[in-house]
Design a protein around this ligand. Structure first.
Ligand code: PMT
Length: 401
């Protein structure tokens, strides 16, 4: 009951993801929160106010005038809330928020808020990347509002891309973490942090490659956590759909293990902390064909040669005071294998995740990790959002600073 006594006010605007908000409301109430909902008239086209009033046990705020003719005090609504979340938030209401317009009830409540205000802009991918919408998100952030990035995936239009509202479970997790009284992040101002992330692609010919399912989400979450702690971050990341050029830290796109190795070598000596979250191919084809390999015999044998082990290189060249963090992705004998990697690659700490745990590992928004320190100290964390785990990793790493 981590949210017992907390007042969460959800503002719904007219986007298709509105149909998911009742699930978020249920999750919050189950965790002890008191929830109220306000919505625009457009939102009521997507989800019924009656459903939300029934779930929350409170009237839904839609108008300045109550059905009995009395004033629905928008200031009182705002002051009741410990957190206001606008989700889903349309481009239209976002624009009104940053322009100080208050032509409906939720907007007037928002302007009277004294608590944190979070925005979850959700729309089609083209709208999401439209320059004015991007500017409005940046403006909202500069006003102190938290803008929760939309997720990648299938959109109501049938297109695929960034624009989806995060799933209710994800939004719930962010809210839960917010109220968890987590200890402050260590101050890493002036520290340089290198992070590897994502997959590597090893080309066989101009068309094909050997790769893996890493999305880069873990690396991006780590980059954001270190950035939040004040560090100067370089994220060296394989082919991915999670960075889009709007990052406020260095992003170095790479393709193969060799490319990643070269970029790491350029920065390693100057890095105070290096975190190796990438899923690097252990082998590459001995030869990359100039032309597409043609179908011929029933069997095709491809010779592979070892790739450099980037983490092991960093471990061998570790400078005094430098902190090296590895990851271990396992499918069996997890703890044993991770400990062996920690020692063999000379890391200070290794983050173990297992593909046997549902919701863990590749591509998901969540992970379940065990952190193993060089001195044998070990701590397991429950399934969590990758951003929350990035914060946990940063706290674990504090012991080595
Ligand atoms: O990107 P996501 O979709 O969020 O997925 C995250 C993840 C599953 C990729 C991440 O949590 C993870 O486990 N990363 C390490 C994956 C891996 O390749 O593990 P490994 O056990 O094979 O490698 C051990 C360590 O050596 C890792 O730190 C790896 O980055 C490093 N390594 C491995 C091989 C190699 N040639 N060079 C390396 O640096």
């Amino acid at each position: 009951m981590a949210l017992r006594g907390k007042h969460i006010l959800i503002g719904i605007t007219g986007g298709i993801a509105a149909y998911k908000i009742p699930l978020l409301v249920r999750l919050l109430i189950k965790e002890g929160a008191e929830v109220r909902v306000m919505m625009t008239e457009a939102a009521a086209q997507f989800v019924s106010p009656f459903t939300l009033a029934t779930l929350t046990g409170a009237p839904v705020g839609m108008d300045f005038r109550r059905p009995d003719g009395t004033w629905n005090n928008h200031v009182a609504w705002a002051h009741w809330a410990d957190l206001i979340l606008m989700a889903p938030l349309t481009a239209n209401t976002l624009a009104k928020i940053v322009n100080g317009q208050a032509d409906n009830f939720p907007l007037a409540v928002l302007m009277s808020a004294e608590c944190p205000v979070w925005l979850s802009p959700s729309m089609d991918l083209e709208m999401y990347r439209y320059p004015a919408v991007r500017d409005n998100m940046a403006k909202a952030a500069s006003y102190g509002m938290r803008v929760i990035p939309a997720e990648e995936g299938e959109l109501a239009s049938g297109l695929k891309g960034q624009g989806r509202m995060p799933e209710p479970e994800h939004l719930f997790e962010l809210i839960r973490q917010h109220f968890q009284n987590r200890p402050p992040l260590p101050d890493l101002t002036g520290k340089k942090v290198l992070i590897t992330a994502g997959p590597t692609y090893e080309h066989l010919d101009p068309v094909r490659f050997i790769g893996n399912h890493s999305s880069g989400k873990t690396g991006k979450a780590l980059a954001e956590a270190f950035r939040d702690a004040g560090a100067e971050v370089s994220l060296i990341i394989g082919p991915n759909h999670v960075v889009d050029g709007s990052e406020d830290y260095e992003v170095v796109p790479v393709t193969s293990a060799n490319d990643m190795f070269e970029e790491v070598k350029k920065r390693l000596d100057n890095s105070h902390i290096a975190v190796f979250a990438a899923a690097v191919a252990d082998y590459q084809p001995a030869e990359v064909k100039d032309n597409k390999i043609k179908k011929a015999d029933e069997r095709l044998t491809i010779e592979l040669v070892r790739n450099p082990d980037i983490l092991a290189y960093a471990g061998r060249h570790k400078k005094p005071g430098q902190v090296i963090v590895g990851f271990a992705l396992e499918t069996d004998r997890e703890l044993e294998n991770a400990k062996e990697k920690l020692a063999r690659k000379n890391a200070d700490m290794i983050v173990l995740n297992s593909l046997r745990d549902p919701g863990a590992g590749f591509a998901t928004d969540t992970n379940k990790i065990t952190v193993i320190h060089r001195d044998g100290n070990t701590r397991s964390y429950p399934l969590k959002d990758k951003k929350a785990l990035a914060y946990d990793i940063l706290h674990e790493l504090e012991k080595h600073l």
